[in-house]
Design a protein around this ligand. Structure first.
Ligand code: G3H
Ligand code: ZN
Length: 274
């Protein structure tokens, strides 16, 4: 179970915890190594498709093993889940923290479903993240060409009615590589952070200048999600390694390379808000 106050502690100190999407043991290990070297906790996120690919028990088992091996807190998180059945399976499997993403539903339905999920999860000591507004780009089963900013009034009502632990906001952030310069709406973030009684979450971390991430964190963001950069680094490294393959059958060479590159990327983001 999650060390309960890690996110709140980070929030109160004007810091954040890095949250990274992982899909294999190797990227999980690289991310945890990066966190351990910086002396920080870390959140390992499984998407719905990662859950199906790796298996939820395996994900939890790897994460717990890595926490022990590297001696730094590792929080397991289910990312952008739109399926309550899968979400409850993850809770039963030992996830610390789950996201129910009702952003494609009506405000009313999002409120009601999130509130029920929060009640059920809190009984088991599991944290819940929700989302309000629409973050553009593609993330798992959700795809949107245009974003919709989080509305401050709706946000206050959403938090009051659901009692959730953290909220993903839409402030100009996008999923995937940005087309053009990423431009966060700091004026809106300032209002949201002022009106919110809970920590906020920044999705679509890939490609946002680290100075902007640091500024957002200092304003009330407690968790920064990065996925695309991890996957792109994984694939680029494997592909480069393949091009220069010396013909020897040493599979550990590419895994070492892969871990080093992913570790660099995870650290690049984490140092900006540690
Ligand atoms: O939930 C996952 C993140 O928001 C990842 O966003 O792939 O653009 O880094 P990203
Ligand atoms: Zn996201």
């Amino acid at each position: 179970m999650m060390e309960h106050n890690l996110l709140l502690d980070a929030w109160k100190e004007g810091k954040a915890i890095g949250a990274f999407n992982a899909n294999t043991y190797d990227d999980m290990e690289a991310i945890v190594q990066a966190a351990a070297e910086l002396g920080r906790p870390v959140i390992l996120m499984a998407s719905m498709s990662c859950c199906k690919f790796m298996g939820i028990d395996t994900f939890v088992m790897f994460a717990k093993h890595l926490e022990k091996k590297y001696g730094t807190p590792v929080i397991t998180h289910l990312d952008h889940c739109i399926d309550p059945e899968l979400l409850y399976k993850c809770v039963d499997a030992g996830f610390d923290y789950v996201m129910f993403d009702g952003s494609n539903r009506s405000f009313e339905e999002n409120c009601q479903m999130t509130a029920q999920i929060v009640r059920d999860c809190h009984e088991k000591g599991v944290f819940v993240e929700g989302e309000l507004g629409v973050i553009s780009g593609t993330e798992g089963p959700l795809k949107s060409d245009t974003g919709v900013f989080t509305d401050p009034q709706q946000m206050k009502e959403f938090i009051a009615r659901t009692d959730l632990d953290t909220l993903a906001v839409s402030i100009g952030n996008q999923h995937g590589f940005y087309k053009g310069e990423p431009k966060l709406n700091f004026e809106l973030l300032e209002v949201l952070a002022k009106e919110s009684s809970i920590p906020l979450v920044l999705h679509g971390g890939t490609g946002i200048p680290v100075e902007d991430i640091a500024r957002a964190v200092s304003m009330g963001i407690c968790k920064v999600n990065v996925g695309t950069d991890i996957r792109a680094t994984y694939l680029r490294t494997v592909s480069e390694y393949g091009k220069n393959w010396d013909g020897k059958n040493d599979i550990r060479g590419y895994i070492t390379c892969l871990r080093d590159e992913i570790k660099k990327v995870a650290k690049y983001y984490m140092v900006s808000y540690s």
